[in-house]
Ligand binder design. Structure first.
Ligand SMILES: [Zn+2]
Length: 907
């Protein structure tokens, strides 16, 4: 799954920096664990047969289901998952007599057991036994109790039930456009149980037969291809029967009902469709090209061909996540799949290419091989995150995906340096805990650790390990050990030792280098961002050590063990950069003279990802109080001519963070002056032909344009105003690449008249990219009455609930609007909480991590104590931690910033 804070707003890298400080990642140590909600076991499903009849107008559905199960031992009760569905009847039919005729059935394989259909006929009611149904709402479970004990062995459960098409974007739910209604599904992690009674745990894999009975005017899409489509059973309906799925987990089942139109292609013999509501089918072609290329590349990479007879990628109008890897039927929010192939913006195309590559990686890592339990979610998400960069970079080598990954790694290591972080592999039991574990640690830290290991063992060796792992667990389940054992065996290197350290321990190491003239002494410790805050539990992570593949630039990699005291690389090398390719998941702290040499040669000797890594290390050390902010600003100015857009975004994004988190109002003005002075010429120089490759130049211009506009450069603001007026008049601006940046800058000073126009654009735009830009721009207006209007708009039914929280979170994250937004959130919490899925509340809790005062910290603490969110417990701890970090940072660095600015003014 691609979670929505990546899909909307934060996904685009430069925007991610602009909203720096929004603690979108969630981490921390859970306390007060609620009781486990796992199924009791002893029953294994083998096959589901489902017939679902939705009534879109009434927002209800009826279900008929059989589940073929195997009982390990005789029992009078079977417990499975069910939530918000009304069970009408349950019957059990044994495969033989009530006395167990095949007491030895205990294997998941079918060996030696006659297929159920041979011994149980659907009309065989003579041995059927009805069940008494009891529901446990809290546990989301139903228990079927039988008078006579069911024997061990095979058994068929026949269930009739009714459900509602909800508006909470989970389970089987209703999605609407202006023209009609759709019935769509989203089951990961624990919501298949809202659509059909099921053994809703990832290890309980089964095959599925799906039948949908829908209105004559509706189409139906599911995991597999359609095998028959016939009129009936009543006038005005047709019955769509889909082929049987391979063994798979319940959370990967999908079915969609409504009116979808698709563009079609083929790759390696597999038909691929990209589908959307009819008005948007023109925006499906870019994604179709991506999907075709990706399928071919992955068939090669994994050595196992994509196994299903078709692949659909479908954009759904209302969708909480970014996208979801249902086997054979991947669903997306519109903005992560649909983009104009010819005129679409580069960030929008990048987002689609990456999301398609991410979801399709799951077809192997997630769908074919599935983690046995959610504690190893990272085996899904870390892999897909790592793979998405690899594939997108291969497809579009000029689009700087590797630099984006370096930016994400920096942000992730900053989060992981908080006191309340968590290990990649952590115990999760309840749906709320599972939900909360879809965080930056599971996605981005795991992805970065996988990239580090691949870089160390070598790409081809690593691939062989992945292939061995997938082949060994095809259509089954696996654990972290299964993966690193496969890699260890293939490579002959201690991959297991390295990965255990990074996967099972929380936090990020810092490697400290020095130089005594004859050798390079090295030490390591856990890096904590603000360990100096008193009362921090476990600050310093004393005793925690890693085995780290450390790759010196221009030398081979070496393993830094907990015992290593000096690097194998001697001091003969004047220039020593200890994170070659920026692939290592660790911070590096150099001796002052080592750092000076690196900085002097940064632009020529370091690659763009390495420069981003260097900026990140120095930023982190400054935040930890180990260097003054002036030194960091010196580094920013040292890279001001950097020709790479992502490096520039990274450097200028930190300046914005300094303005937000450290500077007083007066110092902010002086810092703006420095930005104008230092970067104005760089921007002006870019207008001429400079040999830069097109996409990079456009992005570089947009970055500098934004920074200068924010710093108040009059010419830039005038240009932004012209572009925005052109856009609002419905024409194309001269520079489409800067349209979004121009709108954001203009809105900051915008009046009610402009707001009206932007609002109309947000409501009328059919292109999801333009619509998102317009929505986001609404949050840029700073006039107090307009901020309130945006907040009211966000909780109105004019905004899809999937987008509601994003607007609020953006307003919470920015210095200029956060006070108004926070007051509104507290006053209107009931409306906000009621409007959308629980996830949205969690994201708002995360956004409060951008605050920076004792007063706000105490308010956040007491407000969410009074309004608790089950899936935001760690998130809240993390936000409090983040506010504390900022308070500490401001106190320590505000005088340092003033000192540096004084020196600058004297120049
Ligand atoms: Zn995913």
């Amino acid at each position: 799954m691609e979670v929505n804070f990546r899909g909307l707003g934060a996904m685009r890298i430069w925007r991610r920096l602009v909203v720096a400080g929004v603690a979108v990642g969630i981490a921390g140590v859970a306390t007060g664990r609620v009781e486990a909600q796992r199924l009791p076991g002893g029953v294994r499903p083998e096959h589901y047969s489902l017939t679902i009849t939705p009534d879109l107008n009434a927002a209800t559905f009826a279900g008929k289901e059989t589940i073929d199960v195997v009982l390990d031992a005789p029992s009078t009760a079977i417990t499975l998952n069910a939530a918000e569905i009304e069970i009408v009847s349950v019957k059990a039919t044994a495969a033989g007599n009530w006395q167990n005729p095949q007491g030895d059935i205990g294997q998941t394989t079918n060996a030696g057991v006659p297929p159920l259909s041979a011994v149980v006929r659907d009309d065989d009611s003579s041995r059927a036994q009805s069940a008494l149904v009891t529901l446990d709402e809290k546990k989301e479970q139903a228990t079927f109790t039988f008078v006579q004990a069911l024997p061990a062995g095979r058994m068929r459960l026949a269930i009739e039930y009714k459900g509602i098409l909800n508006d909470k974007l989970r389970g089987f739910y209703l999605s609407k456009t202006k023209l009609r209604r759709y019935g769509v599904t989203q089951f990961e992690s624990t919501d298949a149980r809202r659509a059909f009674p099921s053994f809703d745990e990832p290890a309980l894999k089964a095959t599925f037969d799906m039948t949908l009975v829908v209105d004559a005017g509706n189409t139906a899409i599911s995991n597999m291809k359609i095998v028959s489509d016939t009129a009936g059973p009543v006038v005005g309906k047709h019955t769509v029967v889909f082929a049987q799925t391979p063994r798979m987990s319940t959370y990967l089942v999908a079915f969609l009902v409504g009116d979808f139109k698709c563009s079609e292609g083929k790759s390696d013999g597999v038909p691929i469709r990209v589908c959307a509501t009819p008005d948007k089918v023109g925006l499906t072609h870019f994604a179709l090209d991506s999907a075709k290329q990706t399928l071919h590349d992955y068939n090669q990479y994994f050595g196992i061909k994509y196994p299903l007879a078709k692949l659909d990628l479908v954009a759904v109008p209302d969708f909480e996540a970014g996208a979801m890897e249902n086997f054979g039927c991947i669903t997306f929010r519109e903005a992560t799949l649909l983009v104009n192939k010819r005129d679409g913006s580069l960030p929008a195309k990048k987002e689609v290419a990456e999301t398609v590559a991410h979801e399709m990686a799951h077809l192997w890592l997630g769908d074919i091989v599935t983690p046995a339990w959610w504690d190893n979610l990272w085996l899904n998400e870390g892999f897909a995150t790592w793979m998405e960069t690899k594939e997108a970079e291969k497809e579009h080598p000029n689009w700087r995906f590797e630099q984006d990954a370096a930016v994400v790694k920096n942000r992730t290591m900053d989060e992981d340096a908080g006191r309340t972080t968590r290990p990649i592999q952590a115990r999760v039991e309840t749906p709320a805990e599972i939900e909360e574990s879809f965080d930056d640690i599971a996605y981005d830290k795991a992805g970065a650790v996988i990239a580090m290991v691949e870089n160390w063992v070598g790409e081809e060796t690593f691939r062989k390990g992945v292939q061995a792992y997938v082949a060994a667990h095809e259509y089954g389940n696996a654990t972290a050990e299964d993966f690193w054992n496969a890699e260890t065996e293939v490579s002959g290197l201690p991959v297991d030792v390295v990965m255990r350290g990074f996967v099972q321990q929380p936090g990020v190491p810092v490697v400290t280098l020095s130089n005594d003239g004859t050798s390079v002494p090295v030490t390591q410790r856990r890096f904590i961002l603000s360990g100096a805050v008193s009362g921090a539990s476990g600050a310093g992570g004393a005793g925690q050590l890693w085995t780290i593949p450390l790759c010196i630039k221009r030398a081979s990699c070496q393993l830094l063990t907990p015992q290593t005291q000096e690097l194998q690389e001697g001091p003969a090398e004047q220039f020593l950069y200890a994170n070659g390719g920026d692939k290592g998941y660790y911070r590096t702290e150099y001796a002052p003279e080592q750092l000076k040499t690196i900085e002097t040669h940064a632009e020529t000797a370091l690659t763009p990802p390495e420069r981003i890594g260097l900026l990140g290390d120095e930023w982190a050390l400054m935040r930890a109080g180990q260097a003054p902010v002036g030194d960091f600003m010196g580094l920013v100015l040292a890279v001001k001519q950097d020709p790479n857009a992502t490096v520039m975004e990274n450097a200028l994004g930190r300046v914005t963070a300094i303005e937000t988190r450290i500077a007083t109002d007066a110092d902010r003005e002086r810092l703006d002056g420095v930005v104008r002075r230092e970067f104005g010429g760089v921007y002006a120089g870019l207008a001429k032909g400079d040999g830069l490759e097109m996409e990079n130049r456009e992005a570089l211009r947009a970055t500098l344009f934004t920074a200068l506009g924010q710093a108040g450069e009059p010419e830039v603001l005038a240009e932004a105003l012209t572009d925005t007026q052109t856009l609002l008049a419905g024409r194309k601006p001269t520079d489409a690449a800067m349209a979004d940046a121009a709108m954001a800058l203009t809105a900051a000073k915008g009046d009610a008249a402009m707001y009206e126009k932007m609002l109309r654009l947000a409501q009328s735009a059919t292109d999801p990219d333009l619509k998102q830009d317009a929505l986001r721009t609404l949050t840029r207006f700073q006039a107090p009455e307009l901020v309130v209007r945006t907040l009211e708009y966000a909780v109105s039914d004019k905004v899809r609930s999937q987008d509601s929280w994003t607007l609020i979170a953006q307003l919470l994250s920015r210095r200029e609007t956060q006070d108004a937004a926070w007051a509104f959130v507290q006053q209107h919490w009931d409306e906000i909480a009621q409007r959308a899925a629980e996830n949205s509340g969690t994201r708002i809790v995360a956004a409060t991590g951008a605050f920076c005062s004792v007063e706000r910290r105490d308010e956040v603490t007491s407000f969410f104590a009074a309004h608790p969110i089950a899936s935001a417990r760690r998130t809240l701890a993390r936000s409090i931690d983040s506010i504390d970090d900022c308070i500490h940072l401001r106190a320590a660095q505000e005088p340092e910033l003033r000192r540096w600015l004084d020196a600058q003014m004297a120049q």
